[in-house]
Design a protein. Structure first.
Length: 576
């Protein structure tokens, strides 16, 4: 379809480019070098999370130029802008981590405000680090203008003395170093080789999990989410996205035509099948919320329960994102899931075709062992499991990819810590016992505030050789790089009087990832007595953005969202 035939009288940019009253507005566009013809074309926002904070985002500005060329080639007018990113690898293990999850909302809100304020007609959104991916997709669904998502690509794996390594190895090396199993010199050598290029963390941590989601949910072009950041093919995907966005404008295909209950189910399937990050159980409900679709932690967990685990990816497996891309990419993973009845094939995608049509020509690759056939899985249950019980009435989540079945149950006495720092200090000094359940609380969305990840603590445990000898539960989150028996998102959180805030040292906690339960062995009467005695704690966030976030954020079960969502809307931006 010829984008030059698009009727601009029905597009948002008419408010700033059409008619005599908009002469002042057009003068600003002329001031930036636009021609009369360019002003008359659809205006396409090209949003990136570029910054110099981390390798995840550093290549996004370069890739954005390729998107803009694609838009222009298809007779659109690209308008580039940036938003923030908080990069977890650098924010991890200190107070800066409280900024991570709230940054998802700032990204979505700032993209929304930029598009609204300048009346752009469409959005190509580019993201690199963990929260920027769901944040960008949330903005797309919220605005409901034609949109395409582009992942900046993963980092290449490092090499340490002939062994492939990722940043996960470094976090675990800190634990080894703390018990004298790694020298200062070895640690220094490892840190200098673990991250050899631009791109987001290379294994199936949160960034690559949500990149996989972007294709499965239908917002990204096929194969585009798999190519590593340094690969030149990324520019071709970006240019193609720029051209394709003009076709979506012409055909009026919008995010809410694509993000449906079925496509959200497809996304949850690929998370489980790939052994993806538990954070997906936070982000999928948040994306659904923007469309007014109910899809909470328990809905996600139900899909996880019936999905086979088939991609042998780190941290539970052997391979990284680059390996998956080179044997057939995310479409190879989705093709076997579709062929064996685990995905919906009739969902619309940004290609303008259905998922089944996109995958029709994908052939199974027999000469690889990164992805197993869906009827011959690594394990019959997905790599991520939802839990519920008297310790987590609003649910909890655990990643079991790579864990043997006999390791998926645990019972032991609680050792409680109010905040991650206290637990990390105890772990660093080996101030805990084998068989204990370490409890980190007051780290939830409201109580943190910000729902920090606990990778520093979990990686240190693993580095000490104790990853499968203790369990760890929290109302905060875990990194996609976390492994071991680590349960996050326990709700209700401690800050609102949830059971995790009522338990004491020595209380017996029983966790069963096979049956999906998490309980403290206390009577209802004892929990009620403790709840009556419980008093809320004041956080240190008494002003600034974290204070504002704490006033509005909801429970993890619903995605830790901060506004009423699509269900409360009377109209979307695209229809104004």
């Amino acid at each position: 379809m010829d984008a030059r035939l698009i009727d601009k009288s029905k597009l948002p940019s008419r408010h700033v480019t059409v008619g005599p009253a908009r002469a002042p507005h057009r003068s600003y566009l002329y001031a930036m070098g636009l021609t009369k013809e360019q002003i008359a074309q659809p205006l396409v926002g090209v949003a990136t999370c570029w910054n110099e904070a981390a390798p995840c985002n550093i290549s996004l500005m370069r890739q954005a130029q390729a998107v803009k060329k694609g838009v222009a080639a298809a007779h659109g007018t690209p308008r580039e802008f940036c938003t923030i990113t908080v990069t977890d690898g650098i924010a991890m293990g200190h107070q800066g981590m409280k900024a991570s999850l709230p940054s998802r909302e700032v990204i979505a809100d700032s993209v929304e405000l930029t598009i609204r304020g300048h009346s752009y007609d469409a959005l190509v959104g580019m993201a690199g680090c963990d929260k920027s991916l769901p944040g960008m997709m949330m903005a797309m669904v919220r605005l409901n203008v034609p949109s395409i998502f582009i992942y900046g690509g993963s980092i290449l794996p490092g090499s340490f003395r002939g062994r492939q390594v990722t940043v996960q190895d470094l976090f675990e090396a800190v634990g080894k170093h703390s018990v004298g199993e790694m020298s200062d010199e070895d640690l220094t050598e490892l840190e200098q080789v673990a991250c050899p290029s631009a791109g987001a963390c290379g294994a199936q941590f949160t960034a690559n999990t949500m990149a996989t989601v972007s294709e499965a949910i239908g917002l990204a072009l096929p194969y585009s989410a798999g190519a590593p950041a340094p690969y030149e093919i990324r520019d071709r995907f970006c240019a193609a996205a720029g051209e394709q966005i003009m076709d979506l404008i012409a055909r009026n295909i919008r995010p809410r035509d694509i993000v449906t209950l079925k496509s959200l189910e497809n996304a949850a399937v690929v998370v489980a099948a790939s052994g993806g990050s538990t954070n997906a159980a936070l982000h999928l409900p948040a994306i659904a919320h923007e469309a007014g679709i109910k899809f909470d932690l328990f809905d996600v967990a139900e899909i996880f329960k019936r999905t086979p685990y088939i991609a042998d990816l780190k941290p539970g497996g052997r391979y990284v994102a680059k390996d998956l891309f080179e044997v057939g990419g995310i479409p190879l993973l989705m093709k076997t899931l579709l062929d064996h009845g685990f995905m919906h094939g009739d969902c619309m995608t940004v290609t303008g075709r259905t998922m089944a049509e996109n995958l029709a020509s994908v052939k199974w690759n027999e000469d690889q062992d990164v992805v197993y056939p869906a009827d011959k899985p690594i394990t019959v249950t997905g790599g991520v499991v939802g839990l519920r019980g008297n310790l987590g009435p609003e649910g909890a989540i655990v990643k079991v990819a790579g864990m043997a079945a006999e390791k998926q149950t645990f019972r032991g006495p609680a050792r409680c810590f109010d905040g991650e720092e206290a637990c990390f200090e105890a772990v660093s000094k080996r101030g805990y016992q084998e068989g204990e359940v370490l409890v980190i609380r007051y780290e939830g969305p409201r109580g943190g505030p910000g729902m920090r990840e606990m990778l520093s603590t979990t990686a240190a445990l693993y580095g000490q050789g104790m990853g499968d000898k203790v369990a760890l539960i929290t109302d905060g989150r875990f990194s996609g790089a976390t492994r071991g028996f680590c349960i996050g998102h326990v709700g209700p959180e401690a800050a609102v009087g949830g059971p995790i805030g009522l338990i004491k040292d020595g209380d017996i906690i029983a966790i069963d990832a096979i049956q999906g339960t998490i309980d403290v062995e206390l009577s209802d009467e004892e929990l009620a007595t403790r709840r009556a005695e419980w008093k809320p704690r004041e956080t240190s966030a008494t002003s600034g953005y974290l204070w504002k976030y704490a006033q509005t954020v909801g429970p993890a079960r619903d995605g830790a969202v901060t506004h009423p969502g699509g269900a409360a809307e009377k109209e979307t931006y695209a229809d104004v």
